[in-house]
Structure formats: structure tokens, C-alpha cells
Design a protein around this ligand. Structure first.
Ligand SMILES: [Zn+2]
Length: 407
């Protein structure tokens, strides 16, 4: 399968996209199976670019819901050490009870599911990694599938639960890989290299500034997006592996805002953009939260009166309520440190409500021990929060690693 980029107004394309379009022009001469069309250009459409620093110096969270934690203060340091100590002395902390259960992915059921006609199926692969099955495409999101989320393979946070044993990278029939930002627990470069090696036609979608990280290791077909940029991918009826003769089974992928930061080394903080993603077929829509905070809660703050991140309300205003969402619920303690960049279950419920999500799946918990709350805590806290608000626990679910949710 080869990639074709159709573009409507070439002069509005940033330089990175011109490169894609040049290689795309070369592809036209060969057999062209996937059409990639830019359907919305944020810059050309005069979208708000207040998340860009002047002169290309990087990116910021442009809302007052984000505040930098005072992480140099002694008070903060003391609280972090106390949280770590409490976790160590928690008698349950060393047991595995409550971390996600693991099951093989039921690919047979997936092949027969409504995702092949007019629905969508979302399979959790642990942490923020999902396989999204649609009538027009199979998409892998934030595929951090290595044993550790770290720059090196011998140190760093180690996986508490394995990925489903029957997920073989060379057997997945993928059309696209979508990545939220460059942190190691979301952008797993060796896995992405492997995916590209197995299928060089996969299109990789990343937020601005992340393209070179992939192309430097030989990954091609990389599409870099600013917040609110949209692309449509579609396949001709005759060649798509999962095409069921629908009049339009294209998929529109939009890079959307969220409240986070980026860094791959000690020297590149916020040099590249972070994002959430909205993925829509003509029938259904899905929102992928990536990694996000919702409000900043520091010493003496009342959680309920600090400003909240408007990104999710903006997504709903633009696209309508989503049918399905993956929302982070873990790595939130200590709140002083993590609230600006990670949701706790209370924040996650607000995101669910802001999106008007009809069904949400909790992610970013139980797979790597990243927060100090302990890997087993988020689901229970989420259930309490749902109860408090009168949200059904079938509307915001916790699933096993390997389990599929269909809408
Ligand atoms: Zn992150």
C-alpha cells in the first residue's frame, strides 16, 4: 500500500508537510491504496495559536488551568518524600492485587465485531496503548509496548503487567499509528521502528516537532500536526482488508489540545508539541486523551474553585459529544506535583462530562508505577467518584489489558 497526499491549498502547508507531499507525488506513479487528505489546516484557518512561543521557541499550555508546580520548594520536596515513604510502608504496596488483569486479545471476535460495519472497537494494550478498529482502518495509539518506559532498556519504570501475549507486531494489519507526545511511556521508538519495518505503509501521526525523531531512525510516512489540524485517510474499496462496501468509510483524524508538556532529554522541555486526538468515521467518534491534566491544585487551593482546562469543552463544541473516549486516570499523587499534567479520577470524570462522552475507558494506570498513589488505587477512586456524581459505572469503565470495548 502506498501513501497519497491530496492537498487542496499547497501554499498553506508548513515545510514539513511539503516534504510529505513531495514523496506523495512520487507515490502517485505507483499503485496508490491509501489517500491522505488534509481537511483542516489550523494555521491557514487562523485558529488560536497561543500555545506557540514566539520565534518557534517551543510550546506552552495557554490556559490559567496550568501552573508550573513550585517543585524547587522544600515543602514540595518534603511532600514527595512523604508520599514515597507512605507508599513504601503501605502493607499492600508490594502485592499485585488490583493491578489490571491480563487476557489475550480476542481477534476472532474483533473480526466479526460491529467495527467492521458501522461501529468501533477499542482494545486496551496497557497504559495508554490501544488498538482502535474501525470500518475503514486499524489504528494503534501510543504503542508503548516495551518492558520499560525509559531511554535505556536496563533501567527505568518496569512494566507491572505484560502486553497481551497474542499481540504480534508483524501480524497487526495497521493503517496508522497515532502518538500523543514524546514521553517514553507514550512514544516507544523501538516499537515504532519495528512497526514501520513490518509495514512501511503505516502512516504515523504526531504533534508538531516530533517528525524528525521518527525520520531520523528511518520511519517514513510521518504526518506532523498542530492542534486542530485534520487529515482524512481512505482506501479504495477493492484493496482494503476491512472494507465492507460502505459508501464512505474514511477516517478523519484531528490533533486536539490537552494540558501537558514534553521532554525526551533534560534539554528539550516543551520544544515539541503534545496533544490529544479526535478520530471520527462517518458513523462514530472517538477521543483519545493521551496524557493530560485538568487543573492545577497547590497548597491551600480549593479543587473546586481553581480554573479548569477548556480543551475538552472545545472538542465537544467542535465535533459534538463523542461515542467513545480513552481518559487517563492514574499517576496523580502527589497532587502538588502532578495535577497540572495528569488527571486523577475526579478530573477524569470532569473530562468525561466536558466531552459529553457516551462511554469512556480509564487508561494510564496500573501498567507502570509512575505516580505515588500505587498501581491499584485509581479504579476504586474512579468508582467512588462516579457514584458521587450519579454517572453509571457502565458509562466509564475499567477494563482488563487485552479487553475490547465496542460502541
Ligand atoms: Zn507525558
Amino acid at each position: 500500500m502506498n501513501l497519497v497526499l491530496e492537498q487542496r491549498s499547497r501554499r498553506h502547508f508548513p515545510r514539513t508537510c511539503r516534504k510529505t507531499s513531495f514523496s506523495a507525488i512520487l507515490c502517485v506513479a505507483r499503485i496508490c491504496d491509501v489517500t491522505l487528505t488534509r481537511t483542516h489546516d489550523a494555521r491557514a484557518a487562523n485558529e488560536d495559536l497561543s500555545h506557540h512561543l514566539p520565534n518557534g521557541k517551543g510550546f506552552v499550555n495557554p490556559w490559567d488551568s496550568f501552573r508550573e508546580p513550585a517543585n524547587s520548594s522544600f515543602g514540595m520536596l518534603g511532600k514527595i518524600l512523604m508520599a514515597r515513604w507512605n507508599r513504601k510502608t503501605d502493607p499492600q504496596a508490594s502485592t499485585e492485587e488490583g493491578i489490571p488483569k491480563l487476557r489475550p486479545v480476542d481477534f476472532e471476535a474483533l473480526a466479526k465485531s460491529s467495527a467492521n460495519a458501522n461501529g468501533m472497537a477499542l482494545t486496551w494494550l496497557g497504559h495508554a496503548a490501544f488498538l482502535l478498529t474501525l470500518p475503514g482502518a486499524n489504528i494503534l495509539l501510543d504503542p508503548c509496548l516495551s518492558d520499560r518506559c525509559s531511554p535505556v532498556s536496563f533501567a527505568g519504570p518496569k512494566r507491572l503487567v505484560q502486553t497481551p501475549p497474542n499481540v504480534k507486531l508483524d501480524e497487526l494489519k495497521l493503517d496508522a499509528v497515532v502518538v500523543s507526545h514524546n514521553h517514553y511511556d507514550h512514544l516507544d521508538l523501538p516499537i515504532m521502528q519495528n512497526l514501520h519495518k513490518n509495514n512501511p505503509d503505516i502512516i504515523f501521526f504526531v504533534p508538531l516537532g516530533n517528525k524528525s525523531l521518527l525520520t531520523d531512525v528511518g520511519i517514513t510516512n510521518v504526518v506532523e500536526c498542530d492542534w486542530w489540524d485534520s487529515y482524512k485517510i481512505s482506501k479504495p474499496k477493492t484493496t482494503a482488508t476491512n472494507w465492507f462496501g460502505k459508501s464512505d468509510n474514511s477516517v478523519e483524524i484531528t490533533c486536539t489540545p490537552c494540558q501537558h508538556f514534553s521532554s525526551r532529554t533534560a534539554w528539550d522541555r516543551n520544544q515539541t508539541l503534545w496533544s490529544s486526538w479526535h478520530i471520527a468515521t462517518p458513523q462514530k467518534s472517538f477521543f483519545f486523551g493521551g496524557d493530560t491534566g485538568y487543573r492545577s491544585v497547590f497548597e491551600g487551593d480549593n479543587e473546586d474553585s481553581v480554573p479548569t482546562c477548556p480543551a475538552f469543552r472545545q472538542v465537544k463544541a467542535r465535533f459534538g459529544p463523542c461515542d467513545l473516549a480513552a481518559i487517563p486516570i492514574g499517576a496523580y499523587e502527589p497532587r502538588l506535583l502532578f495535577s497540572p499534567i495528569h488527571c486523577n479520577p475526579k478530573d477524569a470524570c470532569d473530562v468525561h462530562v466536558d466531552l459529553g462522552s457516551k462511554k469512556s475507558v480509564g487508561m494510564h494506570w496500573g501498567t507502570f508505577g509512575l505516580g505515588f498513589e500505587g498501581p491499584r488505587e485509581p479504579p476504586g477512586v474512579l468508582r467512588e467518584e462516579l457514584k458521587k456524581r450519579g454517572i453509571k459505572d457502565t458509562d466509564f469503565v475499567i477494563v482488563d489489558i487485552g479487553e475490547t470495548v465496542e460502541v
